[in-house]
Design a binder for this molecule. Structure first.
Ligand code: DGY
Length: 324
């Protein structure tokens, strides 16, 4: 009997998926769910046939390109893969897969949640109440802003942006505008009457809510910088469920503190799990701990999507979600 492939899950996954994989492979679980350091990940490149990492594992070129590595496939748990050096994987002949589709709706829900929390000052209200500072109803208490009839500007127009657009347009009557590298098909634009902006700066200036949905990486690093924050309306709200480094956090903290923009809702950060200290003290920012895809159903579906790719890979068949 041939030995079962050795697979490493770098973090705890939902029970159903861990069980599924353990029945089929020689699986090593990260029982204590602590992040693995570079030395442990490098050793894992020698010890396993497959590594299944997440966004909290930094698989740079020195790790992915480990000489004499045993790993043949990296089954990433997540749709974003900017934490993996794809070029190094290509050079080393390692297959990399991700988990598109299954987290689209859940992540779009969270973008809407952040938009509403920020525009309606929900975090501020909850903090006030819990601190015993609420003195009762009054007409001018914690006045927020409506979203109905306002413009939602989307940076990037992939699956999650489109799902966010559907919710905002059909649920809240928002106008949809977007900027992306490629203009979407007329059919896709037509679903929400979306307006394409060739100029990102013009989109930034016109949006009442600006929601980020572009990939991470060198091309989008600090795409929302001091200059672009300066183009936003003073009433505007920034939402980031994409990747932290897309926003210059220090510049954002300054824009929020000086009320150059009204508010922000963030789920991702430049140096997770560290959050820029200047953001932590501000009332007009909602700060969530990278939980965009965080439902039991979705995290299980993500795990099963990785499992399907691993099954196909070891069955010698083409994987479905091949990044490289
Ligand atoms: C994703 O799928 O990219 C989420 O941000 C978790 O990595």
């Amino acid at each position: 009997m041939t030995a079962r492939p050795k697979i490493l899950l770098t973090r705890r996954w939902t029970e159903e998926v861990e069980r599924y994989l353990a029945e089929r492979y020689d699986v090593t679980l990260n029982e204590h769910d602590v992040p693995m350091d570079a030395a442990a990940l490098t050793q894992a490149m020698h010890d396993f046939d497959a590594i299944c990492p997440t966004v909290s594992d930094h698989l740079g070129a020195p790790i992915v390109g480990t000489p004499g590595a045993r790993v043949k496939v990296i089954g990433n748990f997540g749709v974003g893969f900017n934490h993996i050096d794809i070029e190094a994987a290509r050079k080393a002949g390692i297959t990399v897969t991700n988990t598109p589709d299954v987290l689209t709706d859940t992540t779009a829900d969270l973008a809407i949640l952040l938009m509403l929390m920020a525009t309606r000052r929900a975090g501020e209200g909850e903090r006030e109440l819990r601190a015993g500072r609420w003195i009762g109803w009054r007409p001018t208490h914690l006045l927020g802003q409506d979203v109905s009839g306002k413009t939602l500007g989307l940076v990037g127009f992939g699956r999650i942006a489109q799902a966010t657009a559907r919710r905002a347009h059909h649920g809240f009557g928002m106008r949809i505008a977007y900027h992306s590298r490629r203009r979407a098909d007329v059919g896709i634009e037509g679903q929400c009457g979306s307006t394409y902006y060739e100029s990102l700066d013009a989109l930034v200036a016109d949006s009442d809510v600006l929601s980020l949905h572009c990939p991470g990486g060198a091309e989008t690093h600090h795409l929302i910088n001091r200059a672009r924050l300066g183009l936003m309306k003073p009433t505007a709200v920034l939402v980031n469920t994409a990747r932290g480094p897309v926003v210059d956090e220090a510049a954002l903290a300054e824009a929020l503190a000086t009320q150059q923009i009204a508010a922000a809702g963030l789920d991702v950060y430049e140096r997770e799990p560290i959050v820029h200290p200047a953001l932590l003290g501000l009332e007009n920012v909602v700060l969530l701990p990278h939980m965009g895809s965080g439902t039991l159903e979705t995290r299980t579906a993500m795990g099963m999507r990785v499992a399907r790719n691993i099954d196909l890979f070891f069955a010698g068949q083409p994987v479905h979600d091949k990044v490289v």
